[in-house]
Design a protein around this ligand. Structure first.
Ligand code: 5GP
Ligand code: MN
Length: 337
């Protein structure tokens, strides 16, 4: 664990202009942690805005505070002004400014003091106050610890509890990944006591399928290729397939995990053609000690965690798959021992 976050306590004693930023294409943990921080800092009397780099899936939009979130991509002038005027900028659930893409320039120009709270491997060095711990399964669990360490446990009411519950649930695969500890369950128990409605939250996030998304999942599963000799599977989804089923942001979330449900499989990858730009988004998942963070950093200009990472390819789908299967030869020993 790497932290000097306790020093923030005195900074937060004076009212501050705060901007809270999740990573681009924010997921449940990124939005959950950002909105929880928003409610927490507002309860202390600070002036707070969450600025998301871009749009996120509808199944996250029920979260309390969502209607106040500004999206940089569609409200650039407001967002730029808020960043310029900020005293403090919290960057949550990411640890490299590259993860906010076009917002990076404005953040680099800003004179604000940066705070990073994050659980990804190998943090960059842009923040004055850092709480970084890749052992913890979600940034939301870290926000809970943070609020507690500031001596403000009692500010956690229904709103903060619901946001934190969401991120812990989504980033732990509904409490099943190895990063789920007894401490995670203690935090979750407390969040339920403080008003998080567990069954409702699970349903709001996961029971939002429409028929075309299920059909898209069907296509992804049909496209799944098992490379038995490497204990590896990959899935492809082309732009054409996505468009055929009326793809919307978030529709492919979780698809990659189906690969890992095959007996013996240790490495699962999904290649998804972007529907607007010319690149392929890659999601990588593993079981055990095969590091997809290393793999994504080395070959796909990405990163993440040991068992869940992302990256991109600028080659065609065909070339991307060819490069991937070629690469696997070098990893055969690691994937089969
Ligand atoms: P996903 O595959 O669901 O997009 O991402 C899996 C994990 O890897 C998430 O924790 C996400 O934050 C991280 N991740 C995804 N894409 C990138 C990337 O391009 N760079 C880095 N450093 N991490 C990423
Ligand atoms: Mn996370």
């Amino acid at each position: 664990m790497n932290t000097n976050i306790q020093e923030l306590e005195s900074v937060l004693e004076r009212p501050q202009n705060v901007v809270v930023i999740p990573h681009k294409n924010p997921d449940g943990d990124a939005m959950g942690s950002s909105l929880a921080m928003y409610h927490y800092l507002k309860s202390l009397g600070h002036s707070v805005t969450v600025i998301a780099p871009n749009e996120y899936p509808d199944f996250l939009k029920w979260m309390p505070g969502d209607s106040e979130v500004i999206k940089f991509e569609t409200k650039k002038n407001t967002a730029k002004r808020l960043i310029e005027e900020a005293d403090l900028i919290f960057t949550l659930d990411f640890n490299s400014l590259n993860r906010v893409e076009e917002m990076k320039e404005d953040l680099e120009k800003s004179k604000a003091t940066f705070v990073m709270i994050d659980h990804h491997e190998q943090p960059d060095n842009y923040a004055t106050y850092v709480y970084s711990d890749p052992q913890i399964g979600s940034t939301c669990e870290m926000i809970y610890n943070f609020i507690d360490s500031m001596g403000h446990h009692n500010t956690i009411g229904r709103e903060i509890a619901s946001c934190l519950y969401t991120g812990i649930m989504t980033d732990t695969g509904s409490f099943r990944f190895p990063s789920t500890t007894s401490l995670t369950h203690r935090v979750i128990a407390d969040l339920i006591d403080r008003g998080a409605q567990n069954a409702e939250i699970h349903s709001a996030v996961y029971d939002t399928n429409n028929l075309s998304r299920l059909h898209l999942l069907g296509t992804a599963l049909k496209n799944l290729v098992l490379l038995q000799e490497y204990n590896t599977v990959y899935i492809t989804l082309t732009r054409k397939e996505l468009e055929q089923y009326g793809f919307k942001k978030g529709d492919t979330e979780g698809f990659v995990n189906y690969g890992l449900s095959l007996k013996g499989v240790r490495f699962a990858v999904i290649f998804i053609e972007d529907t607007l730009e010319n690149f392929i988004k890659i999601s990588l998942r593993s079981k055990g000690d095969f590091s997809v963070n290393d793999f994504a950093r080395k070959h796909y200009n990405g990163g993440g965690h040991i068992n869940a990472a992302g990256g991109r390819s600028d080659l065609s789908m065909e070339k991307t798959v060819e490069k991937f299967t070629d690469l696997l030869r070098d990893y055969k020993a690691m994937l089969t021992v």
